[in-house]
Design a protein around this ligand. Structure first.
Ligand SMILES: *Cc1c(COP(=O)(O)O)cnc(C)c1O
Length: 397
């Protein structure tokens, strides 16, 4: 069928909260996507840092098909084997003690906020605790997650949001210190800011936050929803800084396509929530957690972390060459396979033209071309990406 018929139908029925690109995706194979016209796209977005193994991966699909035939859902009133297995693998990899599976990243953030408030409430019984979040952050769209998202445009139409949230400047430890008081129960941050424009944290900042939290019995919450799961060349980005947070949130690549997220906690924070405090019908169901368990196995079996470390050296070099060759591409930022190019020409145009030319990239922070490809890309894919991107950038000189 003509793709315009699909698009018109979609616009007729789907709530318009997105401005979508005019292509209708139909299937995927490896790191390529195909639309309903049969046109092929090299995918450097991976469904927004989700599809770490690309598309139609047999090992992953076979595991899920097996689980679909066995048991997809039970409810959290009973135990099931996949959630136990996924929980064990994920907490071990993260250095955490406990995990709660959610259906999305935003729900993982909700849980993290509840842990923080509950933890502080247990100490002093007060109901006016504060959380320090970061400017230019992104933690999701539900009201709790939106409340800690430092983006005026996203927040303004939906006030009042949850109370007690203060915003500090990312990578500015003094701005965090200035907000700490006896009511502070948590500091929440992305270990590497994604949506806000691909800003890696400095070593001083992450270590400094850990120290502030230790000194004041405040929980450090690292949002690893985008930068976790191997994307930066470590399973979790905080490993680069030799710190362990008290609470970690994951989603996106943890399910590689099945909608699932999780919040994890260690130490006293792992026991803050008690029976009756939190729940979900779908969260961590056998299908979702079989996906997580399979993903964890595949990371180990295929040495994904060392592949990312290796291939991202080449990726960085290729991006640096682009910075050198184009005046309007002024900076590369990022870690591992989470990279951004700062672009002084309209980034929406770069993205749209790339897609026209068969390359899927996305934007971040208004002026950054964001690259979050499947983790299994090879140097050949990087060359192919650079060739298409250069064609696009040449046309904009
Ligand atoms: C995507 C994202 C979220 C929200 O996750 P959803 O699954 O879209 O709810 C939260 N935090 C970060 C850092 C993200 O990148």
């Amino acid at each position: 069928m003509d793709k315009q018929i699909y698009i018109d139908k979609a616009e007729e029925v789907l709530y318009k909260t997105y401005n979508r690109f005019g292509l209708v995706l139909d299937k995927g194979e490896g790191v390529y996507l195909y639309d309903t016209d049969g046109k092929k796209y090299l995918d450097f977005a991976a469904g927004i840092a989700v599809c770490a193994f690309g598309y139609n991966n047999k090992e992953y699909s076979d595991a899920l098909k097996d689980q679909i035939d066995k048991l997809m859902h039970t409810s959290n009133l009973f135990y099931n084997v996949p959630s136990m297995e996924a929980g064990e693998k994920l907490t071990k990899a993260a250095g955490m003690d406990k995990v709660f599976f959610t259906n999305s990243g935003t729900e993982a953030i909700e849980g993290a906020i509840k842990i923080a408030r509950r933890y502080a409430y247990d100490k002093d019984g007060c109901d006016d605790h504060e959380i320090i979040a970061m400017e230019h952050s992104f933690h999701g769209r539900s009201l709790g997650a939106l409340s800690v998202t430092g983006n005026e445009k996203y927040q303004a139409p939906f006030r009042p949001l949850i109370g007690g949230i203060k915003f500090a400047k990312y990578n500015d430890l003094e701005s965090v210190k200035a907000l700490v008081n006896e009511k502070t129960c948590a500091i929440i941050l992305e270990t590497l800011q994604g949506e806000g424009g691909i800003y890696p944290a400095t070593d001083e900042f992450i270590k400094g936050i850990r120290k502030i939290c230790d000194d004041n019995d405040i929980l450090m919450i690292c949002d690893e929803i985008q930068c976790g799961m191997g994307r930066t060349g470590r399973m979790f980005a905080y490993e680069h800084y030799d710190v362990l947070p008290d609470v970690v949130t994951v989603a996106k690549a943890v399910g590689c396509g099945v909608p699932v997220g999780a919040f994890m906690a260690k130490g006293k924070a792992a026991y803050a929530l008690v029976p009756g405090d939190h729940g979900t019908t779908y969260g961590g169901n056998p299908l979702a957690t079989r996906a997580v368990s399979t993903v964890m196995d595949m990371f180990e079996k295929h040495n994904v972390i060392s592949h990312v470390t290796e291939v991202s050296k080449y990726f960085e070099k290729v991006l640096e060459d682009i910075v050198n060759d184009y005046d309007f591409i002024t900076e590369r930022r990022g870690m591992g396979l989470m990279q951004g190019l700062v672009c002084e020409k309209p980034v929406g145009e770069v993205v749209a033209k790339s897609i026209e030319n068969g390359l899927i990239v996305i934007s971040a922070g208004g002026n950054v071309i964001r690259f979050v490809p499947p983790l299994v890309i090879t140097p050949e894919h990087i060359d192919e990406m650079a060739e298409i991107l250069r064609t696009v950038l040449n046309s904009m000189k």
